[in-house]
Design a protein around this ligand. Structure first.
Ligand code: NAD
Ligand code: TYD
Length: 360
C-alpha cells in the first residue's frame, strides 16, 4: 500500500482519485492508500469521501511532526512507498504567519523522513530495495525570473523569496541529504502552479471564480503582470505516478505545462468563461476586476523547463491551459456541496486578514 501525507488537500486529494482511476484503466487491482493528514483548514475529507467509504483509502488524522503517530502508522500499514504532499502551501499565509510553515514544511518533513528512514532500514532486503520516498515540492524554491530569463531547470540555484518557498527549499535540502548521506531512496518533484477541482478558494483561480459568482471584487495584486506556469492538477498527479515508477533515486524532476500566463489574463479568461456559462443580469464579470496593493516580495515570473521529465520518464501534460480552465470553471459551477463545506468560519477570517488591509 501507499502512504500519502496531505491526501485530503488539493493535490493530494486529486492524487487519490487519480491513483484509483489509473489502476482501473490499467486493469490493475486498487492498491490501497493510507492518507495521513492533520486536516488543517486546507484538508477536507469530503474530497476523498468516495474512496474512504469504499474502504480503498484509510484516513489517519495526525501531524507529520508527531513522530509517535508516524511510527505507529508505518508499523501498522507497512507501505511500499511514501508520497509526501503535506505542507502549508499558501504564500500569503506564510507572509502573515510563517511559524506554521516552519513547523510543517521543515520540522514536519524532518520528523517524517527520520521515521521513514528507520522503517525502511528495518525492512527485509527485497522490500527495502523497492521502497520509495517521493517528496512533492514546488518551482518557487528557484525564486523569481525576469521576462527574458530562461525557465528553471533542475540545476538552477535555489533562491527562495517567501517564507513558504524558503520552508519548501529547506525540506528539499533535507530530502537530498538523506539520499546522499544514508542512501535513503528519495525522489523529488518540483512543480509549477496547479489548478483544477478541489482547489481551496484562497488561491488565485478558485478565488476568482467564486468571487465573480458572488458579485465580489476580483482582487488583482499589483499590476497583474506577474506570470505563472499553470499545470492542470491531474497532469501533475500523473507525473508523480510516473516518477514513482521510473524515477532515478536521489534525482529531482521539474514538472510544468509550458503554459505561462499573466495573472490578469488568467482572470479575464475566467470572466469570459463565466460570461458564457453563467451570464450576469447586467454587465460583465470583468467589471468586478479591482487592482489592489501588491504582495510583499511578489515573485515576478515562474517558468519550468520540463525537458528532463519528458526525456527520462516520458511524461507529457494532457491538458492545455484552455482545456484545463474549461474543466475547472465547470467543476466549480457543478460542485456547490464541496464549496459550501470549505467556506467555514476559518475561511472567512482569512479573507478579512488578507484583503481588508489592501487598498484598491
Ligand atoms: P494544500 O494546502 O491544499 O493541502 C495541504 C494538505 O496537507 C492539507 O490536507 C493539510 O490538512 C495537510 N497538512 C498540513 N499540515 C500538515 C501536517 N503538519 N501534518 C499532516 N498534514 C498536514 O496544498 P496543495 O496545494 O495540495 O499542495 C500539496 C503539495 O504540493 C505541497 O507540498 C506543495 O508545496 C506542493 N505544490 C503545490 C503547488 C500548487 O500549485 N498548489 C504547486 C507545486 C507544488
Ligand atoms: P497563488 O494562487 O497564491 O499562487 P502562488 O503565489 O503560489 O503563485 O497566486 C498566483 C498569482 O496570483 C500570484 O502572482 C499572486 C496572484 N494573486 C492575485 O493577484 N490576487 C489574489 O487574490 C491571489 C490569491 C493571488
Amino acid at each position: 500500500m501507499i502512504f500519502i501525507t496531505g491526501g485530503a488537500g488539493f493535490i493530494g486529494g486529486n492524487f487519490v482519485h487519480h491513483w484509483f482511476e489509473r489502476l482501473a484503466k490499467l486493469g490493475l487491482p486498487p492498491e490501497p492508500v493510507l492518507v495521513f493528514d492533520k486536516l488543517t483548514y486546507a484538508g477536507n475529507p469530503l474530497t476523498i469521501k468516495v474512496h474512504l467509504e469504499a474502504g480503498r483509502a484509510t484516513l489517519i488524522q495526525a501531524d507529520i511532526a508527531d513522530r509517535d503517530a508516524v511510527r505507529a502508522a508505518l508499523a501498522q500499514h507497512q507501505p511500499r512507498a511514501i508520497l509526501h504532499f503535506a505542507a502549508e502551501s499558501h504564500v500569503d499565509r506564510s507572509i502573515h504567519g510563517p511559524g506554521e510553515f516552519i513547523h510543517t514544511n521543515m520540522v514536519g518533513t524532518f520528523c517524517l523522513i527520520e521515521e521513514a528512514r528507520a522503517y525502511w532500514g528495518a525492512l527485509p532486503a527485497a522490500d527495502k530495495a523497492a521502497f520509495r520516498f517521493l517528496h512533492v515540492s514546488t518551482d518557487e524554491v528557484y525564486g523569481s525570473l525576469s521576462d527574458t530569463d530562461p525557465a528553471f531547470n533542475e540545476t538552477t540555484a535555489y533562491a527562495p523569496n517567501s517564507p513558504y518557498s524558503a520552508s519548501k527549499a529547506g525540506s528539499d535540502h533535507l530530502v537530498r541529504a538523506y539520499h546522499h548521506t544514508y542512501g535513503f531512496p528519495t525522489l523529488t518533484t518540483n512543480c509549477s502552479n496547479n489548478y483544477g477541482p478541489y482547489h481551496f478558494p484562497e488561491k488565485l483561480i478558485p478565488l476568482m471564480i467564486l468571487n465573480a459568482l458572488d458579485g465580489k471584487p476580483l482582487p488583482v495584486y499589483g499590476d497583474g503582470l506577474n506570470v505563472r506556469d499553470w499545470l492542470f492538477v491531474r497532469d501533475h498527479c500523473e507525473a508523480i505516478c510516473q516518477v514513482l515508477e521510473k524515477g532515478r533515486l536521489g534525482e529531482t524532476y521539474n514538472v510544468g505545462g509550458k503554459n505561462e500566463v499573466k495573472n490578469i489574463d488568467v482572470v479575464t479568461t475566467i470572466c469570459r468563461k463565466l460570461d458564457a456559462l453563467r451570464p450576469k443580469a447586467t454587465g460583465q464579470y470583468e467589471d468586478q476586476i479591482t487592482y489592489v496593493t501588491d504582495r510583499p516580495g511578489h515573485d515576478r515570473r515562474y517558468a519550468i523547463d520540463p525537458s528532463k521529465i519528458e526525456r527520462e520518464i516520458g511524461w507529457q501534460p494532457a491538458e492545455t491551459f484552455t482545456s484545463g480552465i474549461d474543466k475547472t470553471v465547470q467543476w466549480f459551477l457543478d460542485n456547490t456541496e464541496w464549496i459550501d463545506s470549505v467556506r467555514s468560519g476559518a475561511y472567512r477570517d482569512w479573507l478579512n486578514t488578507n484583503y481588508q488591509s489592501r487598498v484598491a
